[in-house]
Every structure is written in structure tokens, then in C-alpha cells.
Design a protein around this ligand. Structure first.
Ligand SMILES: *[C@@H]1O[C@H](CO)[C@@H](O)[C@H](O)[C@H]1NC(C)=O
Length: 219
């Protein structure tokens, strides 16, 4: 048994510095604009997705474009992308196609963002701070690729790289979750940390560059 544990530890050390951590009550802070600070999130399993739900909370005072969540595969850099183009405008991509949602601008407030997508209908739903912001459609019948690099803090213009400091995130991100199914977003008021692919309470990640983990400042 001990040998097994030592073996598993050694293997994880050899494979790189990834951690599993209960991040409850904590946030990733990206304190400076850069093209080098990011966190790679490692999903519990790698599978192609016909449905997904993504939730996260973020705070920033940026007014330029920035990325909140970048899921890239070798063939599609914007396999899943949650991007803010400007105040009050969210750009959501699936399989390199995108839709724009316009929302009431709410500067300098923390954002609780949830997005779901269903292949059967192509319907994307965006919820902000527990309120629906409407639905649009894209990539009906599509499957999101399994072998992905999942990055917060930077936007990928190639698989795992080609970052642009002018699209980097500066601020706090916390409670990031990803599910392989559509979660009814009406029920997503407070808690959004139990994703079966990315789970904030048992988060596998690698941080790179200037990223700091701190107690969260907002609920
Ligand atoms: C995706 O969701 C639809 C319902 O919208 C369901 O019928 C289908 O089985 C789901 N696919 C997978 C792979 O879970």
C-alpha cells in the first residue's frame, strides 16, 4: 500500500507539478498584465462533449478585451471560449464559432458567469449573477474535442500557447466548474463548484508565472 502511494507521488512529481487542492474559499489572483501568468486546469476525465455547463466568478477592472476561460484543442483554438470583448459584451465560442451576448454593463462588480451548451439544439444559454441573459444557437450537432488544454488567465491562439498580454486577465477568478451535461442554471444561485470535469473543491491544476492563491474577497 505504502509502495503504491510512494509510486503515485513519484509519478506525479515526474509528470510535472500539478496539484489537487480543495480551493473552497480561495481565489486565483492574476496581479499583473502579462503573457506569462496562467493556470492550467486538468479535468477529471478527457471526453468529447455533446453538452456542457461552465460556471465561474471573476472580478476585474479591465475595460479592454480579456479571456475568462480558454479550452483549446490541436485543431480548434477556440473549442470553448468565454471572452469579454468590452464592458457588457460576452463572446462565447464553441468549435471556433462564436456568439455575442450583450448584457447590462455592471463595471467594477464581481461577475458570476454561467454558460451552458447543448449539441442537440445548439442552444447556448448565458446567465449572469443568477439571471438569464437569453439564449442563442451555434454548432448544432457538434462535439467538443476531448484532448484539450484548459487555461484561465490567458487566451490561447495556439494549443497551450500564443498568448497576448492585451487579452490576458488581470484580477481574481474563483469557483470555476465544468460539467459534461447541461445543469439547470436556475439552480445555480450560490454554489457553482461541483463540476464533474472541473471541481473547485478538488481542483487539479498547474500555475505558471505570477499567479497567487489568496482567500476570496467576494462571495
Ligand atoms: C446531451 O444532452 C441531451 C439532452 O439535451 C441528451 O439527450 C444526450 O444524451 C446528452 N449527451 C450526452 C453524451 O450526455
Amino acid at each position: 500500500m505504502t509502495k503504491l502511494i510512494v509510486g503515485a507521488l513519484l509519478l506525479s512529481v515526474l509528470l510535472g507539478c500539478s496539484f489537487q487542492e480543495d480551493m473552497t474559499g480561495k481565489a486565483f489572483v492574476f496581479p499583473q498584465e502579462s503573457a506569462t501568468a496562467y493556470v492550467t486546469l486538468i479535468p477529471k476525465m478527457r471526453k468529447s462533449l455533446q453538452n456542457f455547463t461552465l460556471c465561474l466568478k471573476a472580478f476585474t477592472d479591465l475595460t479592454r478585451p480579456y479571456s475568462l476561460f480558454s479550452y483549446s484543442t490541436k485543431t480548434k483554438h477556440n473549442e470553448i471560449l468565454l471572452f469579454v470583448t468590452k464592458l457588457g459584451e460576452y463572446d462565447i465560442a464553441v468549435g471556433n464559432s462564436e456568439v455575442i451576448f450583450k448584457v447590462p454593463p455592471n463595471p467594477y462588480a464581481p461577475q458570476h458567469v454561467c454558460v451552458s451548451w447543448e449539441s442537440a439544439s445548439g442552444i447556448v444559454e448565458l446567465w449572469l449573477d443568477g439571471k438569464p441573459m437569453g439564449r442563442k444557437g451555434l454548432k448544432k450537432g457538434y462535439s467538443v474535442g476531448a484532448e484539450a488544454k484548459i487555461i484561465i488567465g490567458q487566451e490561447q491562439d495556439s494549443f497551450g500557447g500564443a498568448f497576448d498580454a492585451k487579452q490576458s486577465f488581470v484580477g481574481d477568478i474563483w469557483e470555476v466548474s465544468l460539467w459534461d451535461h447541461v445543469v439547470p442554471l436556475k439552480e445555480m444561485d450560490g454554489g457553482c463548484y461541483n463540476g464533474n470535469l472541473i471541481n473547485w473543491q478538488a481542483l487539479n491544476f498547474e500555475d505558471n508565472g505570477y499567479v497567487v492563491t489568496k482567500p476570496k474577497l467576494w462571495a
